[in-house]
Design a protein around this ligand. Sequence first.
Ligand code: HEC
Length: 454
Amino acid sequence: MRKSNYGFTVTTLGFLLFAAACKNGESLPVEVTFTEHVAPVIYNNCTICHRPGGGAHFSLITYADAKKFADAMAFVTKEKLMPPWPADPHYTEFKGQRIITDHDIALLAKWAKDGAHEGPIDKLPKLPAYPAGSLAGVPDLRIPVQPYLLPANSTDKFLLVKVPYELPRDTFASLVEFIPGPGKVVHHVNGDMVKYDFTKKKDVFAGARIVNMAEDTATLVKAFERLGLPNDDGSYPVLQKSVVNYLPGAEGQLYPPGLGGYFLPRKGAFLLNDLHYGFTNKDAIMDSSFINVFFSKTPPNRPVQEFQLGTLGVAKVEPDLVIQPDSIKHVSSHFTIGADISVLTVNPHMHLLGKSFKAYALKPNGDTIRLISIPRWDFNWQYFYTFKKMIKIPAHSTIVAEGIYDNTRQNLNNPFSPPQVVTDQSGSMKATDEMFQFIVTYLPYKEGDEQISL
Ligand code: HEC
């Protein structure tokens, strides 16, 4: 029977069945099928990543694909693990937030429970279009990242990677995006841009392309030298932070005209200060990712700026980030801003012992401006969360970031068994050390910013 509960006339029995199947005031069909009910849910919420060429390692497009994962899909959606979106939507909402409704979760659960049937083929909806390569169009420049060989059964790798380029002349860019190789082994990327004064740097291609921070016990400064980042006279060029970040399913940061964008000097390099390859359990893979650059004719008239609270930031972690074994540790960081700002994105950052994170601003009059709450920290999904509209924070407000760490055995992500003392060793990026950071990207406030849709 494939009739929806809405089809029942109001007999007592029908009414009871209706009430029992009701969630959020919407009923579930008597029989949930793939083509009629499940495919629309998956195509809306999952296939941006779970498709060939998407960020996840398996596809959920066809009935045969999805059927294999029917129970797993029911589980991960009920537990709110998928779609991955650690921020609490009841605290603050963000652009492109990935939230699946309770009704859709119930559909996936009922489908699995009822035996994951296919349903009438002609009811299958059309798959959304996913252009190959970039979702933003055809890039003006495509710079290969040095290919990297991951051996079979490779463990996590955290690399520092230089991606140099040289252009005929200075120009501007509206968007820079990282496109992972087809092996789907790139877990995430945080990358900055190194901007050279071309008279001070002869060869941007000289030096190593990759430093593996874990194998190389070198300090960050030594690593920068090995990558050949300093100018020829030993001084350092300008670094623009967070120009190219990547997470599976996250698109490059393209702002409305007039906002954002970059000055792209004729000589430069992208510095992936953290290219994280996840573990592999199959054959060796040669990863060949690349960076897309979209030029722009206009200079960035309101270039995005950023500051960072916590480890290595403008405001320290309080108390010091020393986390004793078998303990829960609360820390915070406070930073008072001097002028009105318009916040574009926020990025909370902790490693494996993170348990929860919250950030807000306290206005001089005592009011609170909510920024973000992550009730259950997930090391794997550290987005740069973009607000739907810019958030104005007035001068002399204090931005507060609060984190809780769990260094007990109950934390399944604890990298040590038994637990050990863990600290934020001078900003080490190793996942087994800790960090507490809150990055805010912003513009100096201008009248009307709150109305601009991002
Ligand atoms: C933003 C990208 C993204 C979206 C959207 C997404 N997934 Fe995933 N999913 C992943 C990645 C990547 C993994 C691999 C594990 C990880 O890194 O968390 C994964 C893992 C899974 C797993 C676990 C498979 C296993 O190894 O046991 C299931 C099941 C799953 N996803 C189902 C879904 C469903 C159902 C949806 C939609 C409701 C969804 N995912 C949406 C990226 C995504």
